[in-house]
Design a protein around this ligand. Structure first.
Ligand code: NCD
Length: 350
């Protein structure tokens, strides 16, 4: 099977020339959807579908004894992380290496930022080295958009900005749900249409929740946010969701329960009386997990705080697909990198 063509359509629907680059270079001050992945909203249902289909091929590549293809040989991907990360960073770097790209790792704590260099100068210095993609994580919402305005050539991929968005997490979550539906024979055509998904916990500070809501709703799922009022966004105008404060009444109707970590590092005030009270009301305990219908999935983006938002034993139940999410994260990011930078190599022949 041939994945991608020498002239094709990028992950965000823009026509591309050879080597997956836009046929005309976008003005640096006017980044175009197509070269970058900044928001899951740029993809829409069609774009998400395109990534899902390509991910199937990279799941197959990942299962090979040597899980590597030459698709991005000669390309350089830089991971520019200004926030702590285990899985997202390793996942992007693994994905790039499995596509045979060169990987450069930037660590803000040992960089010239410490000597007073601005973020813009840092980004332009890295661009001057001749790179093809920058994967950006930053505590400030909107920083990947800024970076996309500063660079002329490379693709910018948002790996999480502040409380705002985390598009590749949404893609891997959609992929995992579809994969599990298929594996369990629940739907012959993998889709999220009509699925009932609850996102439980600290929605207010969660970029994962924002991107997931957009993606799940775009694919036709019905999303309910379950959280104490203090952990919901100040306004939910425009969010295609229902809200509940009663986890136990929601659980029996679900296809997927998606737990979020309490993001203490992003809380600037005390929003909860105590952790113990939060767990008592909103934690997925064993008793509560038993309220889920047969076949329902338990998901979490990680890192998991066992015993807080999810009981330790519940995280290890067969219904829990948390490690599948991590595994799929590599294949999904391979698909994203390939769609943005790919050179149209025949994967089956690789
Ligand atoms: C999340 C993040 O950093 O946004 N983790 C992840 O990327 N898998 C969620 C979190 O920090 O709780």
């Amino acid at each position: 099977m041939t994945v991608g063509t020498t002239t094709g359509t990028s992950a965000t629907g823009t026509t591309t020339g050879s080597a997956g680059a836009p046929s005309t270079i976008a003005q640096a001050d006017q980044p175009r959807a197509g070269r970058h992945l900044l928001s899951i909203a740029d993809l829409g249902a069609e774009g998400i579908d395109e990534v899902m289909k390509l991910t199937d091929s990279f799941v197959e590549v990942s299962s090979r004894s040597i899980p590597k293809v030459p698709a991005l040989r000669g390309k350089t991907v830089v991971s520019l992380f200004f926030e702590d990360s285990t899985r997202t960073r390793l996942s992007f770097e693994t994905a790039a290496r499995r596509l045979s790209a060169d990987v450069m790792t930037f660590s803000s704590s040992s960089s010239s930022l410490k000597k007073g260099e601005s973020l813009r100068d840092t980004v332009q210095t890295i661009e001057a080295m001749g790179i093809d993609a920058v994967v950006v994580r930053h505590g400030g919402s909107g920083v990947p958009w800024q970076v996309s305005r500063w660079v002329h050539g490379p693709s910018v991929i948002n790996a999480g900005d502040g409380w705002h968005e985390h598009p590749t997490q949404a893609l891997l979550d959609c992929y995992t749900i579809r994969q599990q539906q298929r594996a369990r024979g629940i739907k012959s055509v993998p889709t999220l249409q009509g699925l009932r998904i609850a996102i439980v916990g600290d929605v207010r500070h969660s970029r994962v929740a924002r991107s997931d809501v957009i993606a799940f709703a775009a694919l036709g799922a019905h999303v309910t946010l379950v959280a104490p009022p203090t952990l919901l966004p100040a306004s939910l105008v425009g969010w295609p969701v229902d809200v509940s404060h009663d986890l136990e009444s929601v659980l029996p109707k679900l296809d997927v329960v998606y737990l979020l970590r309490l993001q203490k590092e992003r809380m600037i005030e005390a929003l909860l009386p105590s952790l113990r009270e939060y767990t008592a009301t909103y934690g997925l305990t064993r008793q509560r997990a038993d309220l889920l219908p047969e076949g329902a999935l338990i998901m979490h983006p990680g890192p998991v705080n066992r015993g807080v938002e999810i009981a330790a034993e519940v995280a290890d139940l067969p219904a829990s697909v948390i490690t599948n999410q991590v595994a799929n994260g590599v294949a999904v990011r391979m698909a994203v990198l390939y769609l943005l930078l790919g050179s149209g190599v025949d994967l089956a022949a690789a």
